[in-house]
Design a protein around this ligand. Structure first.
Ligand code: SF4
Ligand code: SF4
Length: 441
């Protein structure tokens, strides 16, 4: 985390113009100044000036999606990401004490409720660990096969027990097929002349819920002339922890990921999940000033990280594209469009596919409500944003939605299903793969 003087300098860039307010999903939802970027920057300033962190301020920070739409909208270039990340660390530290009964604060005046603490413990002991996540979702697969999951979700019984459980049930995708779930080899050789040697992050949620996206990514990279190294020992990149203010945990994951890909000896590390790519590009800042060479190693690793679409657009195509006669809507994941400023490259790659008609979603810059684990921790706000996004997607009339982030795919598919609409959702990698292989999606 930045030191306080550096944070003060960042906060000073805000001239309170309010241009970011219309772009902010939580301001759109509640119309509250303190749920806008400008309001949250005001709160950060107050804390930097020595004001104590209270529950109300912590709630405004918790409600921020971290979508960074405000950074795209801000004409003064305020680095809001640095401010909210610091605020989240303060909230986590302040709320680290024993839990309190729902609605009643303890002596500290600031603590998570038992239910909130339990939800966070479950989320952060499961999601960053693919083996645990796979094991924990095994009973869900049985429920999906028998239709029990849909009956439970409709009954809203799980929501009464825990809103997190209810949201998780609605969001969970169908299980991967045995063929999809087969582990990828450690190396997928380039087809034809080798043009690059790249590492590939398989991710936690991506590898458990969308292994076919990873398989498609490796095939596309190989078809474009890359030797793809998929290190076995890789785990969570730390994105979920970083975006939730769990700094020490994020640093541990970051160090492990850096060491793993250093050993792989690759030109670039290609990431197909927007949230993970954005976090790995932040390693430099996360480990700035760390000892034993970690600061330099983190900077070097951040410099090697490329989103899949960014990497492919730079590399240029050599693999032949076959026609895919379909109309598809493209969804901008916030951590791609706002955090990494990558909007052109996926569109260019998709438009280069013969007969694919790419259409835009009306509110492309607005978060779908997924935002890491926001849809589990703030299920009501997330459901409202998901519903709005689903309506915008449906308004395009496209039978296919393309998204480059597993969380967004789960969130929008769930919101569409709530409306009884079941349009196909695919990752950019799967669409490119289908076109290169000349197979239907
Ligand atoms: S963050 Fe940027 S857009 Fe928002 S009020 Fe401050 S200067 Fe204006
Ligand atoms: S990150 Fe998103 S939700 Fe948070 S203040 Fe910025 S625009 Fe609003």
């Amino acid at each position: 985390m930045q030191d306080e003087d550096a944070l003060r300098e960042v906060a000073k860039d805000c001239v309170h113009c309010g241009f970011c307010l219309p772009a902010c999903p939580t301001y759109q939802l509640w119309g509250e100044e303190m749920d806008s970027p400008r309001g949250r920057i005001y709160l950060v300033n107050q804390l930097l000036d020595g004001a104590p962190l209270n529950d109300a301020a912590a709630e405004h920070f918790d409600r921020c999606l971290g979508c960074m739409a405000c950074m795209t909208a801000c004409p003064s270039g305020v680095q809001y990401d640095q401010l909210i990340e610091a605020a989240r660390v303060w909230v986590e530290e302040a709320k680290a004490g024993p839990p309190v009964t729902a609605g009643v604060d303890g002596d500290s005046g600031l603590a998570r409720t038992v239910r909130d603490r339990a939800a966070r413990t479950a989320i952060f002991s499961l999601f960053p660990y693919p083996k645990r996540l796979r094991a924990a979702t095994a009973p869900l697969r049985v429920a999906q096969r028998t239709g029990l999951d849909r009956r439970l979700a409709r009954s809203r019984l799980p929501d009464r027990f825990s809103p997190v459980l209810g949201a998780a049930l609605r969001l969970a995708p169908p299980g991967a097929t045995a063929a999809d779930a087969r582990p990828l080899p450690g190396r997928v050789p380039a087809l034809g002349t080798r043009r690059a040697v790249v590492g590939m992050l398989t991710g936690c949620v991506q590898s458990v819920f969308f292994p076919r996206v990873n398989a498609a990514t490796a095939r596309v990279l190989a078809a474009e002339g890359c030797d793809v190294i998929i290190p076995r020992g890789q785990g969570c990149c730390g994105a979920l922890s970083m975006h939730a203010g769990r700094e020490a945990e994020a640093e541990t994951f970051a160090r492990r990921t850096i060491a793993t890909f250093e050993q792989a000896g690759v030109d670039a590390v290609v990431v197909n999940s927007a949230g993970c790519g954005s976090a790995m590009k932040e390693y430099e800042r996360l480990l700035r000033g760390a000892d034993e060479g970690w600061s330099e190693r983190a900077a070097e690793m951040s410099g090697k990280v490329r989103d899949l679409s960014e990497f492919l657009a730079d590399l240029g195509p050599v693999a032949r594209r076959h026609p895919l006669p379909v109309t598809a809507a493209y969804h901008d994941a916030c951590h791609l469009a706002h955090a990494q400023r990558i909007t052109k490259q996926p569109r260019e790659l998709l438009r280069a596919i013969p007969e694919l008609n790419l259409v835009e979603v009306a509110d492309a810059g607005t978060c779908c409500g997924s935002a890491g684990v926001y849809n589990l921790l703030q299920p009501e706000a997330a459901a409202e944003l998901g519903a709005r996004k689903a309506e915008s997607v449906l308004a395009t009339g496209a039978p296919l939605l393309i998204s480059a982030n597993p969380g967004c795919s789960l969130q929008i598919a769930s919101a569409l299903a709530e409306r009884g609409q079941d349009i196909a959702v695919a990752h950019t990698a799967e669409v490119l793969d289908a076109s290169i292989r000349g197979r239907p999606l």
